[in-house]
Design a protein around this ligand. Sequence first.
Ligand code: DGY
Length: 329
Amino acid sequence: MNKHVILYKKLSAPLMERLQAQAEVTLIEDPKTPDGLARLRDALPHADGLLGASLKLDAQLLDLAPRLKVVSSVSVGVDNYDIDYLTGRGILLSNTPDVLTETTADTGFALIMATARRVVELASMVRDGQWTQNIGPAHFGTDVHGKKLGIIGMGRIGEAVAQRGHFGFGMPVLYHSHSRKPAVEARFDAQYRSLDALLQEADFVCLTLPLTAETEGLIGAEQFALMRPETIFINIARGKVVDEQAMIEALKNRQIRAAGLDVFEREPLPADSALLQLDNVVATPHMGSATHETREAMARCAVDNLLSALAGERPKDLVNEKAWSSRQA
Ligand code: DGY
């Protein structure tokens, strides 16, 4: 019997062709609309595999898919999935690490530069015809090179941010992570700090850790109170790692200098968000990995993982190892 795959994200023509050569494919481009969701619910009973991103796939929805063997996410983050539920049913979950590491670290640095040097604000001034004389201290930014870069979460992306800071900008690197990373310390001369010490000491506090039950709300009012008026806060991880209201207060009261944010509690960020009223915020639309090359590489990786799983092989980027072992037993 032909395998049936539901795509809830559009693929490039070559990837679509590859997938269609191996499986019957149903494309649902708008799964978040009532109509798209209804079509998804109709297709789930026949699905052997799912491939997509940015959609909360909860147990209620997946209970409609008794044949499901694999969910292949086009993302590195897996906070949209109930991993215990998938594992309990022996459904493999795969993600797309590695291929997006450098691009996401580039985004982190874009936000560091944009906030410190006030790039968006000053470029808008020029565009609006407000550049009428040489700029003075009221428009000056702050240096990036040589400042202390504090990274919270030293996984692949944290490491790539450290590499840029250390080699590119001569920044002393501090980090906080659930475990010490001797190789990172040796390579980037990085120093481990407790969370509180890092927040007090770093000039740039950059979040690169995953959203889990342990990290949700990790940075709140207490943590912003430890930062200094010079601190610049960067989030390229997940919005829910931060208490957004506490961050808004810290930015309003100039308890911290600025924030560069690619992720938010609610996405898309509502147009009436208080964050958008603040001139010391640079907000981008969850674009960490959003380049043509990287998004195609992620999609290719997700198709590879999906096809391996459908062929009964272990996907390269398997998230829930226990589901695989239970299938082998
Ligand atoms: C990821 O891959 O997790 C990115 O944040 C896109 O969701």
